[in-house]
Write a protein that binds this ligand. Structure first.
Ligand code: 13P
Length: 257
């Protein structure tokens, strides 16, 4: 039985005082009895160590929004998975569409990042998803297949077990237009089947597959209720403490139903 998983991706927001306020709010207000829902917050790198101090609760996990494809050395501006691990960070978002689109990250680079995260025992949350143009051309399955096979298929069965996949259709990110539960479910089934065909049924059934793209408290229930949607990777709504807590509560209700 897979757990639900609710993750907040703050992206390049907010400023330092606002970040402190939000972290403190979450530390107090995230429900404590969420044993069937894992909770992850991914603030910008510079707030991670402060977040470690503010979270007095080991039940709220912290993740990075990226990790370098290099281990250490002369790579100005980069943060390595080794550095993240040394701070006690357990998750990293890898291959977000914004990284692909604005920073030119290829499947080859992403495959390196994933391997380095795994070496450090950091769980990569690997993001995939098609653009609107690709969906309009009915290419979404082909695109997601290429993204998954390009970055993950070199992994061993032991390694793939540690991966979380997030399906984030680009057209749904930050637009207020979420994929319908049916559209998301269809893609999640497709992804689960890919993992089954490449690896095995047990790995595929245990894999956490998140949906991301305009998840809000008002649509979380219908999305997270779908059988292959294990929770959400939440952008804008994770910056509002109350709304994010309400999304967590929704996931808890589904699990406890
Ligand atoms: P929004 O929830 O703001 O659409 O962002 C989704 C996302 O990109 C999370 O990684």
């Amino acid at each position: 039985m897979r757990k639900k998983f609710v993750a907040g991706n703050w992206k390049m927001n907010p400023n330092y005082p606002e970040a402190l306020e939000l972290l403190k709010y979450l530390n107090i207000n995230v429900p404590k009895d969420h044993s069937n829902v894992d909770i992850l917050i991914c603030p910008p790198f510079i707030y991670l160590s402060e977040a470690k101090n503010i979270f007095t609760r080991p039940d709220i996990y912290l993740g990075a929004q990226n990790a370098s494809a290099y281990t250490n050395g002369a790579y100005t501006g980069e943060i390595s998975s080794t550095m993240l691990k040394s701070l006690g960070i357990d998750y990293a978002i890898i291959g977000h569409s914004e990284r692909r689109q604005y920073f030119g990250e290829s499947e080859e680079v992403l495959a390196k990042k994933i391997k380095l995260c795994l070496q450090e025992n950091i769980t990569p949350i690997f993001c995939v998803g098609e653009t609107l143009e690709q969906r309009n051309a009915n290419e979404q399955f082909e695109i997601v297949k290429k993204q998954i096979s390009g970055a993950l298929y070199d992994l061993s069965i032991e390694q793939i077990k540690k991966i979380i996949i997030a399906y984030e259709p680009v057209w749904a990110i930050g637009t207020g237009v979420n994929a319908t539960p049916q559209q998301a479910q269809e893609m999640h089934t497709f992804i689960r089947n890919m993992i089954m065909n490449k690896y095995d049924d047990v790995v595929s059934q245990n894999m956490i597959i998140l949906y991301g793209g305009s998840v809000k408290k008002d649509n979380a229930y219908e999305l997270f209720s779908m059988p292959d949607i294990d929770g959400g990777l939440i952008g804008g709504a994770s910056l509002k403490g109350e709304e994010f807590v309400s999304i967590i509560a929704t996931a808890m209700n589904i699990v406890n139903k």
